[in-house]
Write a protein that binds this ligand. Structure first.
Ligand SMILES: Cc1cc2nc3c(=O)[nH]c(=O)nc-3n(C[C@H](O)[C@H](O)[C@H](O)COP(=O)(O)OP(=O)(O)OC[C@H]3O[C@@H](n4cnc5c(N)ncnc54)[C@H](O)[C@@H]3O)c2cc1C
Length: 507
């Protein structure tokens, strides 16, 4: 432990930094979390948490806190034609049996952050508000950071690692000389949280991709408060009357707005840091990737970055020599963000398509979104359940479709789910119908599950079916529930772990 009294210094107490703080404590680190803001934010910004993030919160032990604070989205209605009923995507009737959280969850970002702050405090750490990172330098086994605190005095903090979770204008990124190539789209959106006396159906979201421009109306957990997001002309500033007029022009609805709880205007674009790591400094969340808010992926991706990095640092702390696992953070998470950027960018350009092609776009949308199978893919895709990280030396054979993806989470015979049986700190071996007793070489030194004869029951082959597992196979699942490798027990250890560089028993 360094002089500052913490193994890890976390710069930024947005959703990413707060998740990183709690996760690292869970993995046995001491942390300090600083933020330049004088106090927690009250802005509602990101409104959607996705299924994959809810699973992360579950493994952190704070999902109930979040579930108590928000509401499920019931449906998304896409109004492709003014005179025809919308295409309705019922988000509660999707075929998502492999997760405990088969929904999109509406909760303002400030509430998500409040839950995270409370969780962090329950683990014994308070955010140091009003404390700003100014300078940093790296030496041998640590990082020195110069910060100014709320009283204006300067302190030198020492830590083994520094995590830059300081948002899109990241000072950490600047100080480590990592470039972010930012690409503006030349598209502007206005946003407002509007209190209005209108009935749009409980939990029902609406998209109006009209000739005049797109408008989204999303429910919030507060009754009578709606999130409005509109594609607007460059530089447009909208007050209450302008919003009411815009909504009427694009939807025909008399939207009687009483008050704007929050409103903002932003220029869309994306950016990706060229590197995610500089020696003992990592970039996470918006500091590493900035994307369009369409699809609500930014906050979710940041939380998942933090969850991913924490177990890698923990393995390195426990076993040492986990350099490849640490590098795997960048080689896996950066391509993940790249894909998020690609599809949010496409979705944004589609919503803001040039006027001439808007009728054609709407016809196509109506046709495709009408198919149940495509609705399914759309819902799960945005829910981040089927996303895949980039390949790395610490993941196995990428020709196996599940490697690098989240382990499905089907119900077990006893009412538990598969994820409940996966270890939170180490790799778990899940074996299917391994007939013979495993010899020493094939026995897994860490936590393991065995389905089939002589092992756990899998009536009707529900678990094996959900995974498409073949008899005799071993699935190695990381603490973040990502499938690391699949193969025969005898072959897998030798093939997969030869390269990792830290003792298998530590994983
Ligand atoms: C209008 C809007 C709607 C959005 N909707 C969604 C959505 O529905 N779903 C979704 O997933 N995402 C959404 N996003 C994106 C989401 O808000 C961001 O991706 C998310 O806030 C990123 O979290 P973060 O913790 O990485 O960074 P931030 O939330 O930006 O937090 C960074 C923190 O670092 C602090 N900081 C900065 N510099 C320093 C320094 N030098 N020293 C100390 N502290 C510092 C800041 O004060 C801040 O608290 C939306 C964004 C906007 C603007």
């Amino acid at each position: 432990m360094s002089q500052s009294g913490a193994d890890v210094l976390i710069v930024g107490a947005g959703p990413t930094g707060l998740t990183a703080g709690s996760e690292l404590i869970r993995h046995g680190f001491s942390v300090r979390v600083i933020d330049s803001k004088p106090s927690p934010s009250r802005l509602s910004k990101a409104l959607v948490l996705h299924a994959r993030t809810m699973e992360v919160f579950e493994s952190m032990g704070m999902v109930d806190r979040v579930l108590d604070t928000g509401e499920r989205f019931v449906a998304l209605n896409v109004h492709t034609h003014a005179k025809r009923p919308p295409v309705r995507i019922d988000l509660l009737k999707r075929n998502w049996h492999d997760t405990r959280y088969p929904f999109w969850f509406s909760i303002p970002q400030c509430e998500t952050e409040r839950c995270l702050v409370e969780h962090l405090e329950s683990l014994g750490v308070r955010v140091e508000w009003g404390t700003e990172l100014r300078e940093l330098s790296q030496h041998g086994n640590g990082v020195s950071a110069r910060v100014t605190d709320a009283s204006g005095s300067t302190q030198e903090l020492e830590a083994d690692w520094l995590l830059g979770c300081d948002g899109s204008q990241s000072r950490t990124r600047e100080l480590t000389g990592i470039e972010m190539d930012y690409r503006p789209y030349g598209i502007e959106f206005a946003l407002a949280d509007a209190r209005a006396d209108v009935d749009l159906g409980t939990g029902e979201g609406h998209v109006f991709p009209t000739k005049q421009g797109a408008l989204m109306i999303a429910p919030t957990p507060t009754e009578g408060l709606f999130r409005l997001i509109a594609h607007v002309e460059k530089g447009a500033q909208l007050g209450i009357a302008d919003w009411a007029k815009l909504v009427f022009e694009r939807t025909g609805l008399a939207f009687d707005i009483q008050d704007l709880a929050w409103h903002s205007h932003f220029r869309l674009g994306h950016g990706l840091a060229q590197r995610y790591r500089h020696e003992r400094v990592f970039l996470l969340g918006d500091a590493a990737h900035v994307q369009s808010p369409v699809g609500g992926q930014g906050l979710n991706t940041g939380i998942q970055d933090a969850h991913d990095l924490a177990w890698r640092l923990a393995t390195d702390k426990r076993a040492g020599g986990a350099e490849k696992l640490l590098d795997g953070y960048a080689t896996e998470r950066r391509p993940f963000a790249e894909r998020v950027i690609r599809y949010t960018s496409r979705a944004t350009r589609m919503l803001a398509a040039p006027r001439a092609i808007r009728p054609f776009r709407n016809k196509l949308a109506r046709r495709f979104l009408g198919f149940t199978v495509l609705q399914e893919r759309f819902g799960r895709g945005i829910g981040m359940l089927d996303s895949r990280c980039g390949g790395s030396e610490t993941l196995g054979d990428f020709s196996r479709p599940w490697v690098g993806r989240r382990l499905p989470n089907p119900l077990l015979w006893n009412g538990q789910r598969l994820h409940d049986r996966i270890d939170d700190l180490r790799h778990t071996a899940v074996d299917f119908d391994v007939v013979d007793d495993l010899d020493g070489a094939a026995a897994w030194p860490g936590p393991g599950l065995r389905f089939g004869e002589g092992g756990l029951p899998d009536p009707g082959g529900v678990v094996a079916g959900a995974l498409g597992a073949r008899p005799g196979e071993r699935w190695l699942v990381r603490p973040d529930r990502i499938v690391a490798e699949i193969g025969e027990p005898q072959a897998l250890e030798a093939k997969f772990f030869r390269e990792i560089g830290c003792p298998v028993a530590a994983l």
